[in-house]
Ligand binder design. Structure first.
Ligand code: 6IA
Length: 146
């Protein structure tokens, strides 16, 4: 797999920022496969209110353009987020390869709309070495074949 893919990483913003450090690590790791278009999602400075100078409409436009241009979508779904759910649905319509990652430790129940979707690649992990394996397999098999 080449390192020049365009990767859309989705993670909660207004849904809650408690996993931002994990997003940062995932984004760094994804960097070996290509350019992560949404690097700001791992930014510790970006709060649930953050990026005050940018309008919701501008964010929506920019993110959808990135999503359309992406070769692969990786969504961290542990923190429930309307935006992440919406992006998964759009990516599905666009027939992008999608990997959903669920951190399995907090006992938080995932939405049935993700957990029960037979066509969605959903992988659970409990530590970083596991999530890295899921990511490697996704890029080596699924993305490579598309
Ligand atoms: O519903 P959420 O806010 O949790 O949705 C998060 C998802 O929507 C992420 O995967 C992002 O791709 C997208 N998204 C939501 N807000 C933003 C944003 N600025 N910048 C980029 N992508 C976003 C948010 C700043 C805002 C709080 C003013």
């Amino acid at each position: 797999v080449t390192g020049n893919l365009r990767i859309y990483f989705a993670g909660s913003i207004r849904g809650g920022r408690e996993d931002h450090a994990l997003y940062r690590e995932l984004i760094d790791y994804l960097g070996r496969y290509g350019k992560v278009l949404t690097e700001h999602i791992g930014d510790a400075e970006l709060s649930e209110t953050g990026e005050k100078d940018v309008s919701d409409a501008a964010i929506f436009e920019r993110d959808l353009a990135w999503l359309r241009s992406a070769d692969a979508v990786v969504a961290e779904v542990s923190t429930p987020s309307l935006g992440v759910g919406y992006e998964i649905a759009v990516a599905e319509q666009l027939e992008k390869p999608i990997l959903c990652l669920h951190h399995d430790v907090r006992g938080r129940r995932l939405s049935s709309m993700v957990a029960g979707h037979p066509g969605l690649m959903l992988r659970k992990y409990s530590d970083f070495s596991e999530v890295v394996e899921h990511i490697d397999r996704f890029f080596e098999s699924t993305v490579r074949r598309m």
